[in-house]
Design a protein around this ligand. Sequence first.
Ligand code: GDP
Length: 444
Amino acid sequence: MTIFALSTSPGRGAIAIIRLSGDQTAPILEKLTGKPAPEARQASLRIITEPETGDPIDSGLVLYFQAPHSYTGEDMAELHIHGGVAIVDRLLDVLSGLEGLRPAEPGEFTRLAVLNGRMDLTQAEAVADMIDAETMAQQKQAFRQMQGALGVLYESWRQKLATSLAHLEADIEFADEDLPGGIGQAVLGEVAALSDEIAAHIHDDRGRTLRHGVEIAIIGAPNVGKSSLLNHIAGREAAIVSARAGTTRDIVEVSLTLGGVPALLADTAGIRAAGDEIEREGVRRALNKASEADIRLHVTAFGVAGDETTSDEARFQEGDLYIANKQDLGETSRPNTLNETDFFCVSAETGAGMSHLVAALNTRVQTSFGLTERPALTRTRHRIALQAADIALKRGLERAETGAELELVAEDLRLAMREIGRITGAVDVESLLDIVFRDFCIGK
Ligand code: GDP
């Protein structure tokens, strides 16, 4: 069966691209253009007609890719036509009427690419990330993953395990013979090192944070200027600024880009012990937000009594910033528990100190959550598999230490290999396709 889909976004545009994939591609091109399929990979201008009537639909570029040198690994074509709604609709209609052709399912082109070994699952996921990327850091991360950086890393771990397993099995097999001893021990050393590497990778969550956005919560007592600060940082009137205490009862969030990294900045209800039920709910949510956030901006202000709610969620953690606002009214001195680099004197009213604060925030987000050279864990799916792999490895090591049979240790290594193989699709690819392609759109 040959599939087709509009691969550009629907609606009016200069150009629309319809893709075809499958063994009927070349005959269909001939039917549509009255000429044989063009040379592979050469753009050719053709008149596209309705095969039945010969009525012209549009003229456009036709590209033909011969299997296996195509995105899907099958014969493929791209029809670059004018992006008018009527033209696209008509051509899609004509294609639907042709024998051996059917509309593609969401993500089907990429799914075929995986099935035909053109890319692994992490690369397919990166295609989706590439399309969804909204900031430069997201796009860079997606691109690297699409080029295979993450898949190569996971595959190298699987290969290492395969080697360790082979050594261990040799050890088991020739246990009674005169082999130089100690292979088992060497293997266990390798496995322990790999387990550490995997654990460190799981711990480094920046890849996922980069995909979803860094969460920053602004917290502090009512009236210290949290909403004003949010507006200043976000550069627009996103939160209502009011002189009455306790106005921001719910959470106002703005998304912005800091140091190339997507961030969600949340203005929370002023944290204070008093207040009515609605306000208490606001405070509860604020504390919740504060505890979940990657970075907290703790705000105080000159002349505003800090309501000392010393709740755990609101405590100052490493990486947080402390902002003393309303410095136009008077000077706040730095609490001696704080580093100079974490303490900022500003005035949201006059703007004093604000550019310094925003610059520091950019740098902090970039260094803590920005891209590094090492490929980072990007998806929960990967993390779950890696955790399962690491549990198996640690169990194997423990067994070996307590003198259990080496067969059991080997079984743990096999399990770990399988889990890692599931990330790239080297193992179990069929059963993983639905999960990976759940969020894909048509034409991808
Ligand atoms: P929130 O309750 O913490 O969100 O505080 P708001 O942002 O609503 O500000 C409370 C009041 O303080 C408003 O009247 C603001 O105009 C005022 N305010 C905010 N920042 C400053 C500042 O830096 N200096 C002065 N003088 N007033 C400020």
